[in-house]
Design a protein around this ligand. Structure first.
Ligand code: GRG
Length: 299
């Protein structure tokens, strides 16, 4: 199995998947009016970023035996939800940041009101992508995906995680609460990416269960690495303000466990995540490589 995985050209896979996602993102917006709203939505959605979430969705669809083309609108929807959460997270009343994806944050350019509304428009467009713009997928599957997205974007997911995170600023937080925050703020959306992609591809319960274990592992590992990079990387490389957690007096994995133990924990989680996909050694190569990318990334 190791040999087969080694022969997979991940760099080439990532480049092609990113190009496909970028094209689909570009095509997903416009020509909405008013112009200012359209610009603000495009400004953040097309600002680059790793595109990890849509690529996870496409890879899970492929693993389930589906056609990647049919998963593209859902992949775009997931990136829209992610981008909306970044725009809102950067607002003065939340993380109050002025740098994102290497450029000034949305509200710095368009003002708070338009930034909030651009986020709202991206969130609602995400549902449009699935319910109206997806072709050739049975409506029961699309309904399940709409359900997944509403859970992940709302109180049981991103919003709930964000509220607890904001509440915990400046307070002593234990590992259990930290895990709760990250499973909701970050892990839930990563899980939705693989679940929704797999649903498009027609996955059975077995595969959905395995993907849920995979997603839980990579979700937490992703956030641990995010915490580590906040301490070790520069703003220039990250494209967002480095050292922000310390400034905001946030509890992080490095703060609770130290850098070395945090990295060890992330690696363990990724190993567990990959293990869950053992029954599909060939078809899961992209997801296995994406799991490794999470711990090896530098931004
Ligand atoms: C308004 C419905 C609604 C929800 C918003 C603001 C909020 C609730 C939640 C915050 C969620 C958040 C910003 C979590 C952080 C997740 C994270 C680690 C983001 C960075 O992801 P990367 O590194 O970024 O994949 P790129 O730029 O590469 O896409």
């Amino acid at each position: 199995m190791q040999e087969a995985i080694a022969s997979f050209d991940f760099a080439d896979y990532l480049e092609k998947a990113r190009a496909r996602v970028e094209d689909a993102l570009d095509a997903s917006l416009g020509p909405e009016k008013p112009e200012k709203l359209r610009e603000s939505m495009r400004y953040s959605l097309l600002a680059g970023g790793k595109r990890l979430r849509p690529i996870l969705c496409l890879a899970a669809c492929e693993l389930a035996g589906g056609e990647v083309e049919k998963a593209l609108p859902t992949a775009v929807a997931l990136e829209m939800i992610h981008t909306m959460s970044l725009i809102h997270d950067d607002l003065p009343s939340m993380d109050n940041d002025d740098l994102r994806r290497g450029r000034p944050t949305n509200h710095k350019v368009y003002g708070d009101a338009v930034a909030i509304l651009a986020g709202d428009a991206l969130l609602t467009r995400a549902f449009e992508m699935v319910a109206i713009r997806t072709k050739g997928i049975p409506s029961e599957r699309l309904l399940k995906i709409v359900g997944e997205l509403s859970l992940v974007a709302g109180a049981p997911g991103l919003v709930g995680g964000q509220v607890v995170d904001l509440d915990c600023e400046g307070k002593e937080v234990d590992l259990e609460t930290l895990e709760y925050i990250h499973l909701h703020k970050t892990g839930a959306l990563l899980k939705a990416c693989v679940t929704c992609g797999a649903l498009i591809g027609g996955a059975d319960e077995n595969l959905l269960e395995a993907l849920s274990v995979y997603a839980k592992g990579i979700g937490l590992a992703f956030q641990i690495i995010d915490d580590i990079l906040d301490v070790t990387a520069s703003s220039e490389v990250l494209g967002k303000t480095a050292g922000k957690d310390l400034i905001a007096d946030k509890t992080t994995y490095p703060k609770l466990l130290g850098l070395e133990e945090s990295r060890r924990r992330a690696e363990l989680l990724v190993a567990k995540a990959k293990n869950a996909l053992n029954p599909w050694p060939e078809q899961s190569k992209p997801l296995l490589a994406l799991a490794d990318y999470i711990t090896s990334r530098d931004r």
